[in-house]
Design a protein around this ligand. Structure first.
Ligand SMILES: [Mg+2]
Length: 151
């Protein structure tokens, strides 16, 4: 699969234009996915020029080399009327709806081979009641729970 991965807020904490602290297990999970299943990882970030190079260098220094950066393949030349969207099977970005899941969950989702919410029941806590609730009810419960911990 081709997996497009954001940098700021996804691999490292937000500190743009600086490089933030590492987000736990981001690099480990990405390296593992690359090693185990040969996924094509594309760095997909708003960084350009020197700031992009700093992100690439940071990842390479930590053992992660991307297949391509802000491109579909390494030698791609952008023409004016080309689509700016990278073609990927999965996008990992802290601006996803619902935010960035824990990297352990990202690993499980990708290893499961499915990326549809209906198929991701295995991520739910096993202690929950066995009656099946639809995802909207579960989303409502999750939002309720998150409000409980805002104090
Ligand atoms: Mg981001």
């Amino acid at each position: 699969m081709t997996i497009a991965v954001d940098f700021d807020g996804t691999i490292v904490e937000h500190a743009y234009p600086k490089i933030g602290k590492p987000i736990p297990f981001a690099l480990e999970v990405l390296k593992r996915l690359q090693r185990e299943d040969h996924h094509k990882l594309i760095l997909w970030t708003m960084r350009e020029g020197k700031l992009l190079q700093e992100a690439i260098d940071y990842c390479e220094k930590n053992g992660l080399k991307f297949y391509a950066c802000n491109k579909n393949y390494p030698d791609e030349e952008w023409k004016e009327d080309d689509s700016r969207k990278i073609g990927a099977d999965i996008y990992i970005d802290d601006r996803n709806i619902g935010g960035l899941p824990d990297w352990g969950i990202i690993y499980k989702i990708i290893k499961s081979g499915s990326n549809t919410i209906q198929d991701l029941d295995f991520l739910m806590d096993d202690s929950r009641p066995k009656t099946k609730k639809n995802w909207l009810i579960r989303l409502g419960e999750a939002l309720d729970n998150s409000q409980r911990y805002q104090y």
